[in-house]
Design a protein around this ligand. Structure first.
Ligand SMILES: *Cc1c(COP(=O)(O)O)cnc(C)c1O
Length: 374
């Protein structure tokens, strides 16, 4: 008989979520408005120690609104991390702008600050203008070299959107990720460290920007008793029910980070002699959203990443290759790309292991057993 499925990263409810949802039902706030939304925004802002927060329908929507507020338009260029999930750069295409991809450095696997500097200089030369914004990602929860990246951006006066979709609760020098850039975004999709079943948030120090995000997210309705519109709006608000789930989930966020870090440690202790596990550089604190390994066939009797993935899959264990770089995606063919080769080699040899905070000891034993490291 097939053993039960072990998922890569599945939702993990703590118990308080249903109380907030029940409250929404009891008070009949079953709509995109309601008291949980503002409460969730305030609680999330307090957790991250950031001034202002808008709760939205997804992380992708949050990035889209940030770009609109930064006035990114057709003909503009926006620099993006190439090593990421498509949700972080698709919104550039929604605005009609062109993404310009910048590759990763070896240590954190995130955007290379030196290459960012080169890319900006080259865009000046080739496109005759500097990029309108930079979207930089903290992948798998690992903080990017954020200080250096922000310094480069500031030198050229380019605003930064920090994609912390995978990095809620991660820190650089004791400051939460998502709070370094002009904007930060979070995702509460079903596979993230906490979930609202689907949702996201946009944060900033700039109150006017966040107010504008809420306005745009609710169809850009002008002040009038009837429906009056002078701008194009979007239906991007988080519902009151989902915000209720989020309020409950926030109660457990610190515990979930501990659990995910402990999953990483368990794998590392069992398998560091066979696979490469990325470590945290000084000052970097990762929520370890997903445990990632690099598979070197020379150290594993010729078994490469794909052979290992198929082996785990045959044992009903869900694993996934690392993100395929955006500059290799057919849909972004033709977009300018500045490469180091790092993301391509990570995609070749990298694997995400089951990393949910709800994995049992026996689940972890089963994965370790299947890795064949004993
Ligand atoms: C999940 C994710 C997003 C998008 O978030 P959604 O809420 O799914 O729209 C963006 N960037 C990264 C890096 C992500 O992992």
């Amino acid at each position: 008989m097939q053993e039960s499925k072990i998922w890569l990263s599945s939702p993990h409810m703590g118990g308080d979520e249903i109380k907030f949802v029940q409250q929404a039902f009891d008070e009949n706030w079953i709509s995109p408005v309601g008291p949980h939304i503002a409460a969730f925004e305030n609680e999330l802002a307090a957790y991250n120690k950031v001034e202002h927060c808008a709760a939205l329908s997804s992380g992708t929507a949050a990035i889209h609104l940030a770009l609109i507020i930064l006035d990114v338009k057709r003909g503009d260029e926006v620099i993006c991390s190439s090593f990421t999930f498509s949700g972080s750069c698709n919104p550039v295409a929604y605005t009609g702008a062109t993404p310009v991809f910048v590759d990763s450095e070896r240590e954190t696997w995130n955007m290379d600050p030196d290459l960012l500097e080169e890319a900006i200089a080259d865009r000046k030369k080739k496109a005759g203008k500097i990029p309108k914004a930079i979207i930089l990602v903290h992948l798998y929860g690992m903080p990017a070299k954020i200080e250096k990246l922000i310094k480069v951006a500031q030198k050229h006066g380019i605003p930064v959107i920090e994609d912390a979709a995978e990095a809620l609760g991660s820190e650089f020098k004791n400051q939460r990720l998502g709070t370094f850039g002009d904007f930060g975004i979070y995702s509460f999709n079903g596979n993230k460290i906490i979930t609202t079943s689907g949702g996201g948030a946009l944060v900033s120090k700039n109150q006017a920007w966040i107010q504008r995000a809420r306005f745009l997210a609710t169809q850009a309705r002008d002040a009038a008793p009837h429906y009056e519109h002078s701008q194009i709006g979007y239906n991007y608000r988080l519902s009151n029910i989902c915000a209720g789930i989020g309020r409950g989930q926030l109660h457990y966020l610190d515990e979930r980070i501990k659990q995910r870090r402990s999953v990483y440690e368990t794998y590392r202790k069992a398998a560091a002699h066979r696979f490469h596990f990325p470590s945290e550089p000084d000052g970097h604190f990762s929520n370890r959203w997903l445990t990632t390994i690099l598979v070197d066939p020379d150290k594993n009797n010729g078994i490469d990443r794909e052979a290992l993935r198929l082996k785990l899959e045959s044992k009903n264990i869900e694993c996934r290759p690392l993100w395929k770089p955006m500059h290799l995606q057919p849909v972004f063919r033709g977009a300018p790309a500045y490469r180091t080769g790092v993301s391509e080699s990570l995609f070749e040899s990298g694997l995400c292991l089951p990393s949910g905070s709800n994995l049992s000891t026996s689940d972890l034993d089963r994965v370790i057993d299947s890795l064949g490291v004993a």
